[in-house]
Design a protein around this ligand. Structure first.
Ligand SMILES: C[S@@+](CC[C@H](N)C(=O)[O-])C[C@H]1O[C@@H](n2cnc3c(N)ncnc32)[C@H](O)[C@@H]1O
Length: 306
């Protein structure tokens, strides 16, 4: 947990305080995210699932025979099941997630459902320059499945780096990636600020983890879940706003979070078909096909190396 402590210490010492959204996800955070995906306001999950379901035959054709499917940030792994049985003799499925206990647990169900596919779940942080926790043979049909609009969590320059890294390090030949589309602001805001307050709990899970894992003394009630749409960057930003001067202590170090000061915890970039194509092209990928739903809420792209 050294890296968590280091990142928290750097992030809370900045003038504009910032923590990475990857720290939302311990086992409890993953369960909260699963709850978010079922909320009425959270359109991305059900829309992307519908796109995958409606186009599974074409997706399977694009992926081809004997696929080795790698899913970074796999979460509840429900989306891969939508088209797994339409694939032509898939060889392996490698779900990776920073939330190690969670990915290990959910993968057990997959093994029962698809006994012919070798499943290799691994705890892995894709934002670090870590060695891959599995072997890749570059002659294999390596396809990356990256749904859930997780690509939107990256700053644009980091999204390009990530897509390049999938080619160089993961030896990917194809990518299926889900990107949320630009749309009206109220729909976007309510997707990240639901009435039941689940997303607020999810946002505050970072503070909870600081308390339980790093011995922090943060009073969660003195922070408010805040969601804004940054028009110039076309992204949703989640923040935690301090409602009073908060002197906090984490692992012996002191920090002052002033009244009304905000800790930036997540970005979720929204793309147009055109802006996503530009991003993919800059990373050296060709867009072979794009699928969208009838309301144009969400997009799924097939990328290959033309
Ligand atoms: C927006 S959720 C999407 C989950 C799932 N792919 C879906 O489509 O529903 C992001 C997922 O990525 C994982 N994640 C976030 N940052 C990560 C990182 N740096 N390395 C590995 N996994 C990460 C989270 O634990 C979470 O499961």
């Amino acid at each position: 947990m050294k890296s968590f402590l280091q990142e928290v210490s750097v992030g809370l010492s900045k003038k504009n305080k910032k923590l990475s959204s990857k720290w939302f996800y311990d086992f409890h955070g993953s369960i909260l995210f699963e709850k978010i995906t079922k909320l009425r306001e959270y359109y991305p999950t059900r829309t992307e699932r519908k796109i995958l379901k409606n186009n599974k035959i074409e997706i399977a054709k694009k992926i081809g025979k004997n696929a080795v499917l790698i899913e970074p940030g796999a979460g509840d792994i429900k989306k891969i099941s939508i088209f797994m049985s339409t694939l032509d003799e898939p060889k392996k499925y490698i779900p990776l997630d920073i939330s190690k206990d969670y990915i290990t647990k959910v993968s057990k169900g997959f093994k029962k459902k698809f006994p012919k596919v070798t499943v290799i779940p691994k705890g892995y942080d894709f934002s670090r320059d870590n060695k891959l926790p599995f072997k890749i043979n570059s002659s294999e049909n390596v396809t990356i499945f990256f749904p859930g609009s997780t690509i939107g969590n990256f700053e644009k320059k980091d999204a390009i780096k990530f897509l390049r890294m999938l080619k160089s390090k993961f030896k990917a030949k194809k990518i299926i990636v889900g990107a949320d589309l630009v749309k009206d602001i109220p729909t976007l805001i309510s997707a990240y600020d639901d009435k039941k307050g689940i997303t607020a709990k999810f946002n505050k899970n970072i503070l909870q983890r600081i308390n339980t894992e790093l011995g922090g003394n943060i009073n969660l009630n003195s922070y408010k879940h805040l969601v804004i749409y940054n028009k110039s960057k076309k992204r949703i930003e989640m923040r935690l706003k301090s409602t009073k001067n908060n002197n906090i202590k984490i692992n012996g170090s002191k920090y002052l979070i002033k009244k009304n000061e905000e800790i930036h915890t997540e970005n979720s970039h929204k793309y147009s078909i055109k802006s996503f194509k530009k991003l993919a092209n800059e990373a050296g990928w060709n867009i072979g096909k794009t699928w969208v739903d009838e309301k144009k809420l969400f997009s799924v792209h097939f990328l290959d190396l033309a």
